[in-house]
Design a protein around this ligand. Structure first.
Ligand code: GUN
Length: 294
């Protein structure tokens, strides 16, 4: 048996096309152009690649894209002043401050300064709390993408055993809440968990979000499990270049899992597509329009 490969590229492209249709409709019917502002502080090469991709895909969906690049030594006060300006800008419906921020800047204070209605990362305590309470909220993009990928395999997650490995604010914790909303039974595992292989063995759905190359081994998996690999780890190759690997030993897992996301071409593709969804939703909510059909 070899696992079905969940094609994040195709699923993300379909989602982006649905967003573009809805963007065209709100433009036509309500003269509303959703706008996304992305703030990049410093010049981390990986972050620059992500930000470029956000810019291109936002424009391709018919939305306005505003890029703000600040030097790594920007003061906390100046960064907060930009966030305040974007909060007040009526052309901006979504604000994303690319993380991680350079050392010396207070991430929590910056996130807290973002208008929760424009918080398309779903990181503001208002949104995180609403999600944890089971209320409607803007939710983090990567976990939203994980749920969509899972549902491409299983129409309903009700009663399934899910394990989320990793408890970050951006992925693990919100993913747990989204899985609970889908009526899955959720185990949260992390670096201090005992017998991780034993915990994974019981899971129908495995979400690996720890940032450790190929940590989850094939023989940990329950045969037929669905594996969603959130890891994007760069490892050196013999020729001096690097290649991307996930948090799951992919070749091993292929032989045991029922379905699996590749790295690259899995979850990574979904994050930006879900960011477009969140920006469209935020724009409609701010404009007092009904929820969009995506
Ligand atoms: N860095 C890596 N992924 C993300 C993300 O989804 N949002 C933000 N703000 N920064 C990131």
């Amino acid at each position: 048996m070899t696992a079905k490969i969940i094609d994040g590229k195709v699923i993300a492209a379909e989602l982006r096309a649905r967003v573009a249709d809805e963007v065209a409709r709100v433009k036509r019917e309500h003269n509303l152009v959703p706008g996304l502002a992305v703030v990049l502080v410093g010049s981390d090469p990986a972050s620059e690649v992500y930000v470029r991709s956000k810019h291109t895909q936002t424009q391709a969906a018919g939305m306005a894209s505003f890029e703000h690049k600040l030097p790594a030594d920007v003061s906390q006060a100046n960064l907060l002043a930009l966030v305040t300006k974007l909060n007040r800008d009526s052309a901006v419906h979504g604000i994303l401050v690319q993380l991680p921020l350079p050392k010396g800047l207070n991430t929590e204070a910056v996130v807290n300064a973002i208008d929760p209605a424009k918080d398309v990362d779903g990181l503001h305590p208002n949104n995180a709390g609403r999600l944890a309470g089971g209320f409607e909220a803007l939710s983090p993009c990567t976990p939203l993408g994980c749920i969509i990928l899972t549902k491409s395999v299983h129409a309903s997650l009700e009663g399934m055993n899910a394990i989320v490995i990793g408890r970050s604010n951006l992925v693990g914790r919100p993913l747990v809440q989204l899985l609970l909303n889908e009526n899955a039974t959720v185990t949260i595992a992390h670096s201090r968990s005992r017998d991780l292989p034993g915990l994974v063995k019981r899971a129908d759905l495995v979400y690996a979000a720890v940032g450790k190359s190929e940590m989850v081994r094939g023989d940990w998996l329950k045969p037929g499990a669905t594996v969603i690999d959130v890891g994007i780890n760069r490892i050196p190759k013999d020729d001096g270049k690097t290649r991307l690997v996930g948090d799951v030993a992919y070749q091993e897992a292929l032989a045991v899992a029922g379905a699996i996301t590749p790295v690259p071409g899995g979850v990574g593709q979904m994050t930006v597509a879900c960011l477009l969804v969140n920006t469209l939703r935020a724009a409609c909510a701010i404009a007092g329009l009904p929820k969009p059909a995506v």
